[in-house]
Design a protein around this ligand. Structure first.
Ligand code: NAD
Length: 337
């Protein structure tokens, strides 16, 4: 069976703890090479997961004609530049979120991906989580506008590079994009505006960008979704829950592990539980292998990547201006000039 040959660019915590173990278990993939500017990280990944070589030179990966797909699992400030380089080297791309730190760079990525006709997938795994897919299937049986709420709370360390504007982009660009994408998947309509109220809830001497907010997204069909993103949260309490209301029915997802739905299939309440937490990473990689091997659409392609990225930039604008910010169709769909 033809397999997808992978090279990693960035071998830090998430690559080693999530993507590499998943690829190791997926027989559609083979990991060939590891690159990191910190050679020790590349070496340790090679020792743990096998493969042919490790390096601190990105060109070695990009010039390797046997590598089909690169994982870009670096910090956020290098995602756009590496994605453009990888596309120009005719590599398919799995880029961890965010797509880029700003809209202009998103467009550069989109252009390079389209021009080189490579597959691109952004790591918005939560939108592909099995219980989110179940919720979407349930919503497809309803009519009417949707109201949804998602909480993402945890103590988020002040020292984390994600809070540094020009490295991580802050919490909304760096992580909120997951939830903005989750909402967009549930609703068959485009986001048209965003209003965010928030600020810095961690130590303001250490964190200089807003780290927490209530973000409300309005959709063209009248649906409304709100996410609470709290950085000064509590690890003893469930990090993420989703609540969805539509057509006199309700859906509740607890930690991507349990789902309860009310008023569906002729029952007051149905409850289901997975064996473990599943935030959709395994499914995303499986679908990506199929996309590459069978030339089918990427699970989280350019338009999906761009849509939530646009929302994330507008969140920062809205917090600063204290006003709702409009989203236009031309911003969320990439059009070649
Ligand atoms: N999908 C999720 O739920 C999820 C969860 C956690 C992290 N992530 C994402 O994974 C990515 C990596 O996060 P992390 O927590 O592993 O960070 P990390 O700091 O542990 O790892 C980043 C690695 O990239 C390397 N690096 C930096 N610049 C580089 C460059 N130009 N070329 C090659 N290597 C470079 C660093 O040396 C480091 O080893 C981020 O995009 C993050 O948002 C996603």
């Amino acid at each position: 069976m033809k397999k997808v040959t992978v090279g990693f660019i960035g071998c830090g915590g998430f690559a080693q703890n999530m993507h590499m173990p998943l690829l190791e278990k997926n027989d559609k993939y083979i990991i060939k090479a590891y690159m990191d500017i910190n050679i020790e990280a590349a070496k340790s990944a090679h020792e743990k997961f096998g493969g042919e070589y490790y390096t601190d030179k990105v060109e070695k990966i990009l010039d390797d004609q046997t590598i089909d797909l690169v994982f870009i699992t670096t910090r956020h400030d290098s995602h756009a530049e590496l994605s453009v380089k990888a596309a120009n080297a005719k590599k398919h791309i799995m880029c961890e979120k965010p797509m880029a730190l700003n809209y202009k760079d998103c467009l550069k990525v989109a252009k390079a991906v389209k021009e080189n006709n490579v597959k691109y997938t952004i790591g918005y795994n939560r939108g592909l989580a099995p219980l989110v897919t179940k919720a979407k299937d349930l919503l497809d049986t309803t009519t009417g506008k949707i109201m949804a709420y998602h909480r993402i709370q945890a103590p988020f360390p002040e020292e984390h590079w994600a809070h540094i504007k020009n490295i991580g982009g802050g919490r909304f660009i760096g992580e909120g994009c997951h939830i903005f994408d989750l909402f967009c998947r549930l609703i068959d309509s485009d986001p048209i505006s965003v209003y965010a109220a928030g600020g810095t809830f961690l130590d303001e001497k250490k964190v200089t960008v807003p780290d927490s907010a209530n973000v409300t997204i309005m959709f063209a069909d009248g649906s409304v979704c709100t996410t609470l993103i709290a950085s000064a949260g509590c690890s003893a309490f469930e990090k993420e829950v989703t609540e969805i209301y539509c057509d006199n029915k309700a859906i509740f997802i607890n930690g991507f592990k349990e789902i309860e739905y009310y008023g569906f299939e002729g029952h007051d309440k149905i409850a289901m539980q997975l064996d473990g937490v599943d935030k959709g990473q395994r499914i995303e990689l499986d679908l990506l292998a199929d996309a590459i091997l069978n030339n089918t659409p990427s699970p989280n392609g350019i338009d999906i990547a761009l849509r939530a990225a646009v929302i994330s930039y507008k969140v920062d604008q809205s917090i600063e201006s204290k006003q709702p910010v409009q989203i236009t169709e031309s911003e969320i769909y990439y059009h070649e000039n």
